[in-house]
Design a protein around this ligand. Structure first.
Ligand code: TEU
Ligand code: CA
Length: 555
């Protein structure tokens, strides 16, 4: 398989609002990020993905952009950004920006013009429709509850918004919109950034005619996959973007494509399709139940294995995977896929990291995941800040009659705010995140879980992530080896082999708190070289201890 730096890289994702405050206003900012670039370099990551830092009214914490070419006032200035970029490049770190162009803020100048009339330059920059029988143009729901349509008195029409009413969807069928977006992208790339993560890029082409979606009777908002994925022109628009912008630079691109299938990913992330380098698929973190995404179900490992192996074998040799357990929209990895109890948190955090980082694809480490940070036990709804969480509470409890207690259990397990509590730097006030009042509560366990306690401690989760990343940088088989599932039917063991020329890697991960026997595959001697493991003492042959991970290399 042909080599590429973005295939060999490990990406560190930063949610700037919660990473490091440098001026005491309780909100993370760019100088705060710059002050910790050395930490990211020490971890071993190669690329930093910054969630949106552009001017925004923060209805959806920066995913509602009002000016693509200026920095959010709360985060700092363009001079701060230029300094961050320079410092990163001096450390050998690349900077990937978050491109949010399925929608803008309703405070963007384009929307201000568009809503004024039906015949100005920007009138068709968004998706406007007359109502139908005095109601919304169709039955589409927003990911943030309620209808996906908002009536605008001024223009006397409805406009489409897959997210909040303050995030109107752009009309990508309008070549002027594509031209404006491509110009903006080129402007940032000429400043020297190293790529883009493209927000909900699978949604930019809408189903023609905007017809009612097939939603189950009584279904809730947010069945987004019904109508938001892969409209007829999405690949055409991405090939145009690649031709006119992306192909002019040596950069990395990753599309966020909720609802994407393996077959569609072969187009988006195909090695030679001329679109993107890779995509984020969401099958392993998606849950569509009676309450949409909201659930407190236990981990279903067989289902998780089936999904991950389907993606691994499906793209092997034809396209490229991204690898992630969590991000700013998902609960904390160790709480969801491991066991965040006192007894098993560290061990299971290292085990799930092994399971992910030994797969084929580019791994993403979300801020705090490398410390084994956990979900947050907020006791009241008021402690949550996320618009998706607050709207869902209103919809499910006040409009659909779900009990407060059940919804709080759902929030504890699934709310995006689990990932958005401040980064835990040390055991000082507010975990060293701010000298002021943090915009969102700090997880009370910061006194035990923080970077200061872990950096330099060879037994810490941080050091284990350092080892995993160093192995990826030193063993081609981890990047380019093919993937062969092992023990697919086992309920508790996640195991697979990677093969490259005359080498075989065997990865064994016990997702349970039981001692299990583990048959080794043919050709795998019983005294191989152990590459990494999360128990200090030698392993009992053909057995896996609770939450044990072991990786063997056979030459
Ligand atoms: O998220 C896309 C999206 O579908 C999210 O709603 C996410 O899948 C869901 O919350 C998981 O349950 C992107 C950004 O990552 C997210 O932060 C933004 O809120 C959203 O787009 C709108 O820009
Ligand atoms: Ca600040």
């Amino acid at each position: 398989m042909e080599k590429a730096w973005w295939k060999e890289a490990v990406v560190y994702q930063i949610y700037p609002r919660s990473f490091q405050d440098s001026n005491g206003d309780g909100i993370g900012d760019l100088p705060g990020i710059t002050s910790h670039l050395g930490y990211i370099r020490e971890l071993g990551a190669d690329v930093v993905w910054l969630c949106p830092i552009y001017q925004s009214p923060n209805d959806d914490n920066g995913y509602d952009i009002s000016d693509y070419r200026s920095i959010m006032s709360e985060f700092g200035t363009m001079a701060d950004f230029d300094e961050l970029l320079k410092a990163a490049h001096n450390l050998g770190l690349k900077i990937v920006m978050d491109l949010v162009v399925n929608h803008t803020s309703d405070e963007h100048a384009w929307f201000a013009e568009s809503r004024k009339s039906k015949d100005n330059t920007y009138s068709d920059y968004y998706i406007w429709r007359d109502g139908k029988d005095g109601k919304e143009p169709n039955n589409w729901g927003s990911y943030f509850s309620g209808s996906a349509w908002q009536y605008d008195e001024g223009r006397g029409q409805y406009y489409l918004h897959f997210f909040s009413p303050k995030q109107p969807d752009l009309n990508w069928d309008n070549p002027a919109v594509r031209g404006s977006v491509f110009d903006m992208m080129t402007w940032w790339l000429q400043k020297g950034i190293d790529g883009f993560r493209m927000d909900v890029i699978s949604m930019i082409s809408k189903q023609p005619g905007l017809l009612d979606g097939e939603v189950a009777p009584g279904a809730l908002y947010g069945d987004g996959n019904v109508f938001t994925n892969n409209g007829p022109h999405v690949h055409e628009y991405l090939r145009e973007m690649n031709r006119k912008v992306l192909s002019q630079f040596d950069i990395m691109t990753v599309g966020e494509t909720p609802g994407v299938t393996v077959e569609e990913a072969k187009k988006y992330a195909g090695l030679h399709t001329g679109e993107l380098n890779m995509v984020f698929q969401f099958e392993h973190v998606d849950h569509q139940g009676p309450y949409g995404k909201w659930n407190d179900d236990p981990l279903d490992l067989p289902k998780l294995k089936d999904i991950l192996f389907r993606w691994q074998t499906g793209l092997d040799g034809v396209a490229w995977n991204s690898l992630f357990w969590d991000n700013h929209d998902q609960p904390r990895a160790v709480s969801r896929f491991g066991n965040d109890s006192k007894e098993w948190r560290e061990r299971s955090a290292k085990m799930i990291a092994t399971a992910l980082h030994m797969l084929q694809g580019t791994p993403y480490v979300y801020q705090g995941e490398e410390l084994g940070m956990t979900n947050v036990p907020f006791r009241t709804l008021e402690e949550y800040r996320d618009i998706e969480t607050r709207n869902a509470y209103d919809e499910l409890v006040h409009k659909r009659g779900l009990s407060h207690e059940q919804m709080m259990r759902f929030l504890h397990r699934i709310s995006r705010d689990n990932a958005r509590t401040p980064m835990q730097w040390d055991d000082g006030a507010n975990a060293g995140f701010t000298s002021g009042t943090p915009w969102i509560g700090v997880n009370p366990n910061y006194t035990e879980i923080n970077a200061k306690a872990q950096v330099g401690d060879p037994d810490s989760v941080f050091s284990y992530y350092q080892e995993l990343i160093a192995l990826r940088h030193s063993h081609e088989i981890i990047v380019y080896g093919s993937v062969e599932p092992w023990l697919e039917q086992d309920e508790h063991i996640f195991a697979y082999r990677r093969i490259l020329r005359d080498e075989t890697l065997l990865v064994l991960c016990n997702f349970s708190d039981q001692m299990l026997t583990v048959p080794l595959p043919d050709g795998c001697a019983d005294t191989p070289a152990q590459l990494i493991g999360n128990y200090d003492d030698a392993a009992p042959t053909a057995a896996l201890r609770p939450y044990e991970a072991r990786v063997y290399l056979y030459k």
